[in-house]
Design a protein around this ligand. Structure first.
Ligand code: F6R
Length: 617
């Protein structure tokens, strides 16, 4: 969702900002723009479509500047077009503004400005905010207690309801950038006499590793080469400068055609990274630093409520089985967007686990705040270090999957499931609900998962052949039982989001309660039929599909000689302990979705309408 990049210093701002916008393309957007300032004043260029269209627009223009900012917009207020794209001028063009998030009371502010004679060129809430700030500033300037732009920003934001990350340029000061955040992320890169601002660290990492994560209700004022951070109530704070570990290679394609493919193939490493320093199978030890002080609380909890959205919600469904099986703690898994608008019952001793790759998902963040207000202890399972959700939780564990750039989540899912499994194992051990031998066995099995995923990846060519046969299917059904049911949901989600084929995931036994009516010779049915406790049952479900001429692609366990005789296609995965099977069984489904989407000519890394980081509700 919307991306922000800004720069002030001694470098050429325009190419730096454009490059930064390209690094943020993965977040999803439908228009892009830049504001640049030089001897010719404050200039804005913007265009509907990709950053490449904006570059074209800039061709031949005077773009020399050492201060500038850029934005990729994911439309909320007003359709995606050149006019609604950011940046926006203020009414008297003294300011330019870019904004992520939603100003919920923009209509009331707009009415007040209209009464004062303001006019608006766009449909956006952002233009309203820019005009509002300028109006306060001008009003102050005319008064005896003439204030600064910083004061005007502060006063305006005190009136604003909603979420924002904003950056403002001031036509009167080519050294000044003012930024503020509430609910939408903003990172400040600190260089030698230069500053970078961005929605995440990816546009900054090649220039500096020193970053400040702006907190909610904070305003950053960069002026004459210095940075000051103040709160909305005008208290100066001392920002903490973090060293980021992100390397440039991690955010480049590294020879793969798409980020999604790179990320699928990275899973042997990312799963290992999510266990690194935590699991020692040899001496049967498991340590989760971020849980140390809360492990007792987790083990003694009466109930766990897991919240998340999309793929993260699917990881939660897998975790439900694992926590209940190993730690014997009742688990409920809920969409964060539903949880936040109910009046959920949180009792003493309940733990809420929030799962989020980006750590910025607005619904999950709001659900956390609600659970907190009801006294719950909140654990986070996040990928992005320093993200809003990671900072809003009491305890938790990072997934350490590395940056996920492809919009469709792949390696983040397997890392989430790995970390949640470790949490369940740690709780089970502390609670005494797991035998020493099973604990030892599962740790050893976990350590073998990266090699098993590697083996599945070797079947990539075979999966491509199957994808070719089904490229133009109009619907798909995915079936699984037990721990493979959430995997079926995840496989269906992957296919629909990047190929735009309608796909549904079901618990296999539910099929006969409705979806079976859809099955005929045109319906591909992907069944995860690994050799585990429900194998016999799922074979019966497959027979039901075959009896109606459905075309079955089965994910089977290596050495299964029975299913190849019944189904149309098989993709084998190595034998894995039942509790860990989703970590491996999901991989062929990721590849199948990827291949079909590529064959259909889809934009795999940036599918239509989707955003990587969903910072609006
Ligand atoms: C699916 C996908 C989305 C996200 C969802 C939650 O491939 O990427 O469904 O899983 O938007 O995002 P996070 O995990 O960042 O909270």
């Amino acid at each position: 969702m919307c991306g922000i990049v800004a720069y002030v210093g001694h470098r050429e701002a325009c190419p730096l900002v454009i490059k930064g916008l390209k690094r943020l393309e993965y977040r999803g957007y439908d228009s892009a723009g830049v504001a640049l300032m030089n001897g010719h004043g404050l200039k804005i260029y913007k265009k509907k479509g990709k950053v490449a269209a904006l570059e074209h627009e800039l061709d031949g223009k005077e773009t020399h500047a050492t201060i500038g900012m850029g934005h990729t917009r994911w439309a909320t207020h007003g359709e995606p077009n050149d006019v609604n794209a950011h940046p926006h001028y203020s009414f008297h063009r003294k300011l330019a503004i870019i904004h992520n998030g939603i100003i919920e009371n923009y209509a009331a502010i707009k009415q007040a400005l209209l009464k004062k004679g303001h006019t608006f060129s766009s449909d956006t809430d952002t233009e309203v905010l820019g005009q509002f700030i300028e109006d306060i500033w001008e009003h102050q300037a005319g008064a005896s207690n003439a204030g600064t732009l910083e004061d005007a920003v502060r006063l305006a934001l005190q009136e604003v309801v909603g979420a924002y990350a904003i950056v403002i340029m001031n036509e009167a000061d080519p050294t000044q950038l003012i930024a503020a955040r509430k609910g939408s992320p903003l990172v400040i890169g600190v260089g030698e006499n230069e500053f970078f601002l961005a929605s995440d660290a990816t546009p900054i990492v090649e220039y500096t590793k020193d970053v400040i994560y702006l907190n909610d209700y904070e305003i950053a004022v960069i002026k004459d080469g210095t940075l000051k951070v103040v709160t909305l109530d005008n208290t100066t704070t001392t920002p903490y400068v973090h060293k980021i570990e992100l390397e440039l290679e991690a955010i480049e394609k590294g020879g793969f055609d798409h980020f999604m493919l790179k990320e699928i193939f990275e899973q042997p490493r990312s799963i290992a990274d999510s266990m690194r320093g935590r699991v020692q199978a040899d001496d049967a030890t498991l340590q989760l630093g971020g849980l140390r002080d809360y492990l007792d609380k987790l083990a003694k909890s009466k109930r766990i409520v897991i919240i998340g959205c999309g793929t993260s919600w699917h990881a939660g469904l897998v975790a439900e089985y694992i926590f209940e099986e190993l730690a014997r703690i009742p688990v409920e898994v809920e969409y964060a967007s539903e949880f936040r608008y109910r009046n959920p019952i949180i009792k003493e001793g309940d733990i809420v686990i929030a799962i989020s790759q980006s750590g910025e998902t607005a619904d999950t963040l709001a659900a956390i705040e609600l659970a907190k207000s009801k006294g719950a202890t909140i654990f986070g399972v996040c990928n992005v270090v320093g993200s809003s959700i990671a900072r809003a939780t009491d305890a938790g564990a990072y997934t350490h999957a590395g940056p996920e750039i492809g919009v469709a989540s792949t390696k983040a899912f397997t890392a989430q499931v790995t970390v949640l499994t470790l949490m369940a194992l740690a709780a089970a051990k502390r609670k005494g609900t797991i035998s020493d031998s099973l604990f030892r066995q599962l740790l050893a099995e976990l350590e073998s998962i990266p090699a098993k995923v590697e083996k599945v990846l070797q079947a990539a060519d075979k999966i491509k052949e199957i994808a070719y046969i089904f490229t133009y299917a109009r619907n798909f059904i995915y079936l699984g039982r037990g721990l493979n049911f959430p995997v079926a949901l995840e496989g269906a989600l992957k296919l629909k989001e990047i190929s735009y084929i309608h796909a549904e995931g079901y618990p296999a036994a539910e099929m006969k309660h409705g979806p079976i009516a859809l099955i005929d010779e045109d319906m591909p049915v992907v069944v995860i039929a690994t050799k585990d406790s429900s194998y016999e049952k799922i074979v019966s479900n497959i027979q039901e599909v075959k009896a109606r001429k459905g075309r079955v692609i089965a994910i089977t366990t290596e050495g299964d000689t029975h299913l190849p005789g019944i189904v149309d296609f098989t993709i084998e995965i190595p034998k894995v302990h039942e509790v860990l099977v989703p970590l491996v069984s999901v991989v062929p489904l990721q590849l199948l979705a990827y291949d079909i989407a590529v064959m259909r000519g889809r934009n795999v890394d940036q599918p239509r309408n989707l955003a990587k980081s969903v910072t609006v509700e």
